[in-house]
Ligand binder design. Structure first.
Ligand SMILES: [Zn+2]
Length: 339
């Protein structure tokens, strides 16, 4: 999480759109692999592609996005039931989706179980890929599978030590950094340039999102707008090149400490991946994703180094939600209590 005293957080939060892209590319890979081949395609052994399962998977994703979490759990269950046991990639993805849906629905124990299954299938998929199944027609995505499999190993271990039902997640989402309250209101620059910023409607949307943290009753956080990066305490921009945000993640927040006071923030910067500069090209869903991402990354910018284990909190690693929970509020208050 914090590394070298500089980085505030390497946020592993997935943009939901990024997830969808992954499925689109998987599908394309399979398609290019050739359903029309006269002999059975090689990937069938490992991947066991199933069109109907894929539909249920997509349905689960939309249901989570539209807030129908219990129905999403059912859709993912249908996908899982349709997939043969050797369909390791499909099962890994379906269990992963169901884990998130269960967490957001408040079924934390089932979510932990699902993450465990998902971990096992991702690691298996990575293993198959390393045996030579990583060619274009295998339907496997070895590098991604191995990376997320390892992340889930850590996630499942961590979940055994945390309590998603406690009144706040201060002890679970550490390590924390802080702002000196004498610096309030923090000067916030939301990039307005064509190349790395947003049009004014989207800047308003981002401003509304981050101000949820100032509107919590008892929150000491205050923001003021600042019209350039120079002199700003908190900067929000779009990524301008590949590699600035980890593959599959939606945002990245970094922080710089005060030179004389470790863990006291001097500046935070959030990168929010999104559709681009102009709000006219955004669907409602694109706007929702940007709002959600700004709300989440702002929590990191205020000093939260890790994530909440509860899918009902904005600081959950993949929270598809649009307001702060009581636990989010309790945590920001407790962080700054007595400061
Ligand atoms: Zn995060």
């Amino acid at each position: 999480m914090f590394s070298a005293g500089k980085m505030l957080s390497t946020c592993r939060k997935f943009g939901l759109a990024a997830r969808r892209c992954k499925f689109a590319s998987l599908f394309l890979t399979l398609w290019l692999g050739g359903f029309a081949a006269s002999s059975p395609p090689a990937f069938a052994l490992f991947y066991g592609f199933n069109q109907q399962a894929q539909s249920y998977q997509h349905e689960g994703e939309s249901l989570v996005q539209s807030g129908n979490y219990e129905q999403a759990v059912s859709a993912y269950t249908q996908a899982i039931n349709l997939l043969p046991y050797d369909a390791v990639q499909g099962r890994a993805d379906a269990y992963f989706g169901r884990a998130i849906a269960n967490d957001v629905a408040g079924h934390f124990d089932q979510a932990t179980q699902d993450y465990g299954w998902s971990r096992d299938y991702y690691l298996k998929a990575a293993q198959y890929a390393s045996y030579g199944g990583n060619s274009a027609d295998s339907g496997l995505n070895g590098g991604y599978d191995s990376q997320i499999g390892q992340e889930l190993v850590n996630l499942v271990r961590w979940r055994a030590t945390v309590n998603p039902r406690s009144s706040d997640y201060m002890d679970d989402a550490g390590p924390m950094k802080l702002w000196d309250l004498r610096k309030m209101p923090l000067k916030v620059f939301i990039d307005d340039s064509q190349e790395s910023g947003w049009s004014s409607d989207l800047r308003d949307l981002i401003w509304r999102a981050i101000n949820c943290w100032t509107n919590v009753s008892g929150s000491p956080v205050r923001f003021m707008t600042w019209n350039s990066a120079s002199g700003a305490d908190y900067i929000l921009t779009r990524p301008t090149a590949g590699g600035q945000i980890a593959v599959g993640s939606g945002g990245y927040t970094s922080g710089v400490d005060e030179p004389t006071e470790p863990n006291m923030l001097k500046q935070s910067k959030s990168l929010l991946s999104c559709r681009g500069y102009d709000g006219n090209y955004y669907s409602q869903e694109d706007k929702n994703l940007l709002y959600n991402l700004a709300l989440h990354e702002c929590g990191h910018a205020l000093g939260m180094g890790g994530h909440s284990p509860s899918g009902q909190d904005i600081m959950y690693w993949k929270a598809p939600i649009f307001k702060l929970s009581d636990r989010d509020g309790n945590t920001i208050r407790r962080m700054y209590q007595g400061r």
